[in-house]
Design a protein around this ligand. Structure first.
Ligand code: UDP
Length: 244
């Protein structure tokens, strides 16, 4: 039975990082009846986007696992007096999942990012997690009418886990729309994770992660994200207005 907290209308699992990994592996091993399970990892930007978009909010609230990616969500939960145990990021979760499934038959399909990125990410994942089976890759730039063929390609690969990395909104709706046609156990919506594995985007060094300053590191590295980063203060102000 899921225990969730409501953050500005989005249900976030009240779960530790290690329990989230167990739950994800459980879906990979045992697909829910009739569809792939869906894992999303909202950060403040995603929650703010969902506030202005009921369809997107509805999709997030249909997740089987929806975890707090970003310290802002943890602060927000605390301000709302519904604290969450810790951050459960998409990147850390998928790394721990790879570690658990690397010696099993569960194949992984990498879907998303610019042409060539998923191939390079696959090489890096295989070198970091010896034994992992990369079932296939497909870049994330496609026309809507190509989706049935992509679903077929993913199913034909026999993948049990699909990483869908198309950026927020696009990846969650793609997973939601195709979950009944996909034969995998779990689809994870993971934003720029393939760029990180491919080495095109650097993850913040430990100092920034440990001091909850990852957002600051990303902003300095990619100033073009300034507008997106403003979602964090906007989110905290909105939470402050909503708290009882
Ligand atoms: N992307 C994609 N197809 C698209 C738009 C974006 O595959 O039509 C990819 C993009 O190349 C990048 C990822 O989606 O690899 C988005 O990364 P970002 O860090 O912006 O993720 P977000 O924060 O939006 O979840």
């Amino acid at each position: 039975m899921r225990k969730t907290v409501d953050i500005l209308g989005v249900k976030i699992d009240n779960i530790t990082a290690s329990d989230a990994v167990e739950r994800a592996v459980g879906f990979i091993n045992c697909r829910p009846e009739g569809r792939a399970a869906m894992m999303f990892t909202p950060n403040p930007e995603i929650i703010m986007a969902a506030r202005g978009d009921d369809d997107f909010k509805n999709i997030l609230n249909h997740a089987d696992l929806c975890t707090a990616d970003g310290i802002g969500v943890i602060y927000g939960a605390k301000m709302l007096k519904t604290p969450l145990p810790e951050r459960v990021t998409g990147f850390d979760t998928v790394c721990a999942v790879f570690d658990k499934i690397k010696d099993t038959d569960a194949g992984v399909f990498l879907f998303g990012a610019k042409p060539g990125v998923a191939e390079r990410a696959a090489e890096e994942i295989k070198s970091r997690y010896a034994g992992i089976k990369i079932a296939g890759v497909h870049n994330g730039y496609f026309k809507d009418e190509e989706t049935p063929a992509i679903v077929e390609e993913i199913n034909a690969s026999g993948a049990a886990l699909v990483l869908v990395c198309l950026g927020m909104k696009k990846q969650e709706s793609w997973i939601y729309q195709n979950r009944e046609n996909l034969t995998a156990g779990l689809c994870m919506g993971l934003g720029g994770v393939l760029d990180v594995f491919a080495g095109d985007v650097k993850r913040a060094p430990d100092f920034f992660v440990n001091h909850n300053l990852e957002w600051f590191y990303r902003l300095v590295k990619q100033p073009s994200r300034l507008v997106r980063c403003l979602a964090l203060p906007k989110f905290l102000v909105t939470v402050a207005v909503h708290k009882k």
